[in-house]
Design a protein around this ligand. Structure first.
Ligand code: ASP
Ligand code: MG
Length: 469
């Protein structure tokens, strides 16, 4: 049976206009596919507010988290007031929203009792920050029903089973597949459209978890694999994967097709469109992924699939990410430093360090690693300061200098890499490059520069890509 999964991001859900677009897209695709499954994020900005509420609850600022809940309530109620719903449907939805927000307030209140164990606290935080998806899915399902589609909101915590790394949980695909075939497939077979919460899952013991920021993409990919979907479409308010970051560069445009390897590297090296874990399962199951703009549904967007080798011969995109560079005026084994780096990064961002780039000469050692985008924008300063302090306390590590760097990565597969690299470097003569590395997938070349020269370097590389399209 032909199955399509469509995931709608927060930017495609925040307003009545956006939701009207969503509805018309679903009505159209419902005619074309035998089975349709929707995955929804929280409304635009809601998860940020929930994270703040969880923070205030943990420090006991009752007035502050209550205010956030009141704001969220009025935002969701105003939205449903403006949607074309019947009065009965609207009243039921209102009651659902109130119940979910009451549950969330209860969870906030519970932080006051101080003797909970770590797991309970972490799961409670996840339950709070996962409330946004439970709200949005109810609204979408009601909207579908009003248009005579059989939409049902379903919480993914019923069938996406994860480990207990709260905030960054990873799915157990075998268990999830089993639960999906028991609980979800029978519904899909009855011409019902499940509207599944993105972002959340639960441990085998039933404690709520979340999959990391932007995790609804990952939900779509997990469910794609577990339902044997034919295609996955990710809808947001951008036109597709772009040749560069449009906030910084002029003249960026949509990349029509990318291989799984290329897009995984793009996501890892800072392109903020996709969750960086979502590609691996899709590649294994060979499920094509489209990225499309909800406000321009007729445009092709970007297709990510298994590209035949003959078509791999281009730099397609340039991306950038913040990182930390460590330099010492001597050469020698890096292992003792690496464990300090890894522990520090893990304590602050919950992610392990990948040493992306390192270089050694007879007189100097240098290496740089990426700060995951999921860690937030201020993590870099925190990592830098903590690392400096910890290295200073370590007898073998006092000579290391720690500085922020920008890691610029060019993506695209090539048959003859040396020629491609030589051409690219010919436009970078004026740039001071701290280190260079080719990624293991052979479709990336990363260049480390000082943050102050990053914009200029990005612009030169982007121009080079556009000139060679
Ligand atoms: N709502 C969650 C977030 O903002 C998950 C998602 O949007 O994909 O990170
Ligand atoms: Mg996203």
């Amino acid at each position: 049976m032909r199955t399509l999964i469509m995931k709608f991001g927060g930017s495609a859900l925040g307003t009545t206009t956006a939701l009207t677009q969503v509805l018309s897209i679903v009505l159209q695709e419902h005619e074309r596919w035998e089975r349709l499954l929707l995955v929804a994020s929280a409304l635009d900005g809601v998860t940020d507010q929930l994270i703040e509420a969880a923070h205030f609850a943990q420090i006991g600022s009752q007035r502050k988290y209550r205010r956030i809940v009141a704001n969220l309530r009025s935002r969701h109620l105003t939205l449903i007031d403006n949607l074309p719903l019947g009065s009965h449907e609207r009243a039921t939805l209102q009651a659902d929203i109130d119940r979910l927000l009451f549950d969330m307030l209860d969870q906030c209140q519970l932080f006051a009792s101080r003797n909970d164990n770590k797991e309970t606290v972490a799961s409670r935080v996840d339950a709070i920050i996962g409330t946004g998806e439970r709200l949005s899915t109810r609204i979408i399902a009601a909207l579908l029903r009003k248009s005579n589609l059989r939409g049902i909101a379903i919480d993914a915590s019923d069938f996406i089973i994860t480990n207990n790394i709260h905030g960054h949980a990873a799915p157990d695909i075998a268990l999830t597949k089993q639960r999906v075939s028991e609980h979800l497939l029978p519904i899909m077979g009855r011409n019902i459209i499940p509207v599944v919460t993105g972002f959340i899952g639960s441990t085998e013991q039933g404690n709520l978890t979340t999959l990391g920021r932007g995790g609804s993409d990952y939900t779509a990919s997990i469910l794609g694999v577990c339902t044997n979907a034919d295609e996955i479409w990710i809808w947001s308010d951008v036109d597709g994967m772009m040749t560069g970051d449009p906030r910084i560069l002029d003249g960026t445009h949509v990349i029509p097709t990318l291989s799984y390897e290329e897009v995984a590297e793009l996501a890892y090296f800072g392109a903020r469109i996709l969750h960086n874990q979502m590609i691996v399962p899709l590649k294994e199951a060979n499920i094509p992924l489209y990225i499309k703009n909800v406000f321009k549904p007729q445009e092709a967007g970007t297709l990510i699939h298994d590209i035949p080798h003959t078509k791999k011969n281009k730099f397609k995109a340039v991306t950038w990410i913040q990182g930390i560079g460590l330099r010492a005026q001597h050469s020698g084994p890096l292992s003792s430093i690496l464990s300090v780096v890894d522990d520090t990064l893990y304590d602050i961002t919950n992610a392990h360090a990948d040493v992306t780039i390192s270089s050694q000469s007879s007189t100097e050692s240098f290496f740089a690693f990426v700060i995951p985008t999921s860690a937030g924008t201020d993590a870099i300063h925190n990592v830098q300061l903590t690392l400096q302090t910890r290295l200073a306390q370590n007898d073998n590590a006092q000579s290391w200098e720690v500085n922020p760097v920008t890691i610029i990565t060019v993506i695209g597969q090539h048959d003859h890499i040396p020629t491609a690299v030589a051409e690219l470097f010919s436009v970078l003569k004026e740039v001071t490059i701290l280190a260079v590395a080719q990624g293991p997938s052979k479709c990336t070349l990363s260049i480390v520069v000082e943050p102050s020269t990053a914009e200029k370097t990005l612009a030169l590389i982007h121009q080079f890509i556009c000139d060679n399209l």
